[in-house]
Design a protein around this ligand. Structure first.
Ligand code: ADP
Ligand code: MG
Length: 696
């Protein structure tokens, strides 16, 4: 079987399950293999009931509400019974553990009956619950103690799922796919043999299998290491090749006038920070420079990158050129559009601002295309729609991407469609050390905005456990009473079988009830239509909403300075970088702001990772600590910031691997800049780029 074959070629996947996979963005065998687990569960230690109860008490696990996954040792004293109703067969067996009865129930699962043997000591693996009197496990697996201990130290992958697709299905399909690929004799390895042997990497299929079916941690790590390296290697190699083609493009744009920009600078309602001033100065020099420029502006959340973008765009406009800013979401694009329109008006500038996003109607889009094609000197704001083929620009001299990976080379070529390439500015809030930025951003110039606007008060952060929930809600109420607004972040959109994390839909109802309908509360999540999301964001910005209950869609760039408190549910489920970004949604005005992180990890102690956020609001510091605190066990499952779309690699956590990959690429490229002597590698690069939807 080849990786590019359709999913239905995998044994067990029919058209019905294919549709489910498509929903998850999985279309080919390769996509399936690349759908790495979002987390790994360890099997719990075998305990008797008393030990479990002690553990639950210590860790404040609520056995009545959530239950606890257990490997309970027990013994049945009486035979199993089966009761047939019209619809189901209910099978029950009573086990004894620490002399107490534990009721086990299965539905329709008649083959379990042969596993229940009177007097045999077994391990019951499932979720233990209690109603206060009796203990119960629904549908436990039954293992002999030896059998259980034989896989106790392996990891159980947990996949992203959708309704109708179970974790076990995923495992079966993956097993079938991997076995078939192997039995057909898969040979390709994607990495040069010298590199594999130098770093002692496992081969590609072994790496993939280790990710899905790890027999122990060591194997899992070896598999992951190899895939991480590969991902970095091709990313850097691709950049290096592309850049060598691009360097030295002569700058024929003329930037001579700057009275508009002066007018803005003289009338700004605030003093620019040193970092902002430097960034603007450097962009100005780039625009007048000998070559077409590419610059990265690195500045923490809230450091004021937007005004830097605006000033550069004003400069372009005054000189008769178009400029465009591309935002990662519709909501952000609209926010920029409105902000820019307001600034243009406030400063009395004669510049037209045009917006183009995917959710506009065909008619609106046509109108926008028309304006963009025929009007020089305008400011264009939009989403990815800006790089779609119907857009024809008119002397586009400057392109800015906001909070987003940079443009790929093809896109840059497209933007410079009349042969004159625009200057590029990338604005990023990802705090990565300079050494790593140099690798990831290749030959770009880098400006760093280190300082925060002067009047900012540092955000006060509280990390709490469930017992202080009321205090958090009181604080939110106080902020609202004081005329401010609040965000509450939940990991999920709606309730899910596979997770007990908070979800936006139920939360809105819950908290509405809590506040007795006193405040205006609205949901916001990624499953909404773009227009609906925009309307809600606008309503929030206009203070028509007091509390926005949202998924992480508000993570990037949203600017509502009147929001002064953010509460993040299940904070222990998020990565530090992401929490830092989320927290940056508040503290954007002059008022004191607050962040409440709800730690739902088991146990009374706050997990160390979260404490870091209590210590500092400095993105660089947080990133550093993040790296230090990551044990080998938790580089899985923690989502990172989405600036680079790496599938498994993590820029910070895997920085060693990143440096190694960079070293190897440099070695190859310096000896063979166009890969003319590396034909096999070039083929692999092309297929890797294509298969991973890497931008070209
Ligand atoms: P980010 O860098 O996260 O994109 P923004 O550009 O959205 O930050 O700026 C955050 C807020 O800070 C905005 O409300 C903006 O008007 C304000 N701001 C920007 N620069 C300054 C400054 N020098 N002094 C005071 N406030 C500023
Ligand atoms: Mg921003």
């Amino acid at each position: 079987m080849e990786l590019k074959e359709p999913l239905t070629n995998v044994k067990g996947i029919g058209e019905k399950s294919e549709k489910l996979f498509n929903k998850l963005g999985i279309f080919t065998v390769r996509d399936l293999l690349n759908d790495f687990p979002r987390d790994y569960e360890e099997y719990p230690e075998v305990m008797d009931l008393d030990e479990v109860l002690d553990y639950a008490k210590e860790s404040e696990v609520n056995l009545a509400a959530t239950g606890l996954k257990v490997a309970l040792v027990g013994r049945a004293k009486t035979p199993v019974t089966a009761r047939k109703t019209r619809r189901v067969t209910v099978i029950t067996a009573t086990y004894f553990s620490s002399e107490k009865a534990v009721e086990c129930v299965w539905f329709n699962n008649t083959y379990i009956m042969s596993s229940v043997k009177v007097d045999e000591v077994v391990v019951l693996y499932g979720i233990l619950k209690t109603d206060g009197y009796r203990y119960k496990i629904e549908q436990p697996n039954i293992y002999t103690v030896d059998k259980y201990n034989s896989f106790r130290y392996s990891y159980q992958p947990v996949y992203h799922l959708t309704k109708g697709l179970k974790n076990q299905n995923m495992r079966n399909y993956l097993r079938n796919a991997i076995d078939k690929i192997r039995s057909d004799g898969f040979k390709d390895d994607y990495l040069p043999a010298e590199i594999i042997s130098k770093y002692d990497f496992v081969n590609f299929m072994d790496a993939v299998e280790a990710m899905h079916f790890p027999s122990d941690f060591k194997q899992l790590k070896a598999g992951r290491d190899r895939l991480v390296f590969q991902e970095f290697f091709y990313f850097i190699l691709n950049n290096a090749l592309q850049q060598s083609k691009e360097i030295g493009e002569i700058n024929s744009w003329k930037f001579e006038k700057d009275t508009f920009a002066k007018k803005v600078l003289d009338n700004l309602p605030f003093e620019l920070t040193k970092g902002q001033k430097n960034a603007i100065e450097e962009i100005k020099n780039d625009l007048k420079g000998e070559y077409v420029s590419q610059r990265l502006i690195q500045g923490d959340v809230g450091s004021g990158k937007t005004v830097v973008a605006f000033l550069s765009m004003v400069l372009a406009a005054e000189n008769g050129y178009q400029s465009a800013i591309m935002a990662p979401t519709e909501v952000l694009a609209r926010q920029h559009e409105e902000g820019f329109k307001k600034m243009v008006e406030d400063f009395g500038l004669d510049i037209q601002v045009v917006c183009l996003t995917g959710s506009m109607t065909a008619k609106q889009k046509r109108e926008a295309y028309e304006v963009i094609e025929h009007t020089p000197g305008i400011i264009i704001v939009g989403t990815h729609a800006l790089i779609q083929e119907k857009v024809v620009y008119n002397d586009l001299a400057l392109v800015i991407t906001d909070e987003q990976h940079r443009f790929g080379v093809k896109q840059r070529e497209y933007l410079g469609q009349k042969g004159k390439k625009p200057h590029m500015v990338v604005m990023s809030a990802t705090p990565i050390p300079r050494t790593l930025a140099l690798i990831l951003y290749g030959n770009m110039q880098i400006s760093v905005i280190k300082d925060m606007p002067a009047k900012r008060l540092p955000i006060k952060t509280a990390i709490i456990k469930e017992n202080l929930r009321k205090n958090a809600y009181n604080k939110i109420a106080l902020e609202i009473e004081a005329g401010h607004q609040a965000y509450i972040i939940c990991p999920l959109v709606e309730s899910s079988e596979s997770s007990d994390s908070e979800n936006v839909v139920d939360y809105v109802e819950k908290i509405n009830k809590y506040y007795g309908g006193k405040y205006t509360i609205s949901p916001l999540h990624g499953k909404m239509k773009p227009k609906e999301k925009n309307d809600i964001m606008n309503a929030f910005a206009a203070h028509e909403i007091d509390i926005l209950v949202s998924t992480t869609v508000v993570e990037v760039g949203i600017n509502v300075p009147n929001a002064t408190i953010i509460m993040i549910e299940d904070a222990n489920r998020f990565g530090l970088a992401q929490l830092h970004q989320l927290r940056g949604r508040v503290g954007r005005g002059d008022a004191q702001s607050y962040c409440v992180l709800m730690d739902k990890s088991k146990g009374k102690e706050i997990i160390p990772r979260l404490k870091v956020l209590g210590e500092s609001t400095d993105g660089f510091y947080i990133a550093e600590q993040d790296l230090k605190l990551r044990g080998p066990g938790d580089f899985f499952g923690v989502r990172q910031s989405g600036e680079f779309n790496f599938k498994i690699a993590d820029i910070i956590g895997d920085s060693d691997m990143l440096k190694k990959a960079s070293t190897e690429v440099n070695k190859i490229i310096s000896a063979d800049p166009t890969l003319i002597n590396h034909t096999q590698l070039k083929l692999h690069l092309n297929s890797f780029v294509e298969d991973n939807n890497m931008i070209l």
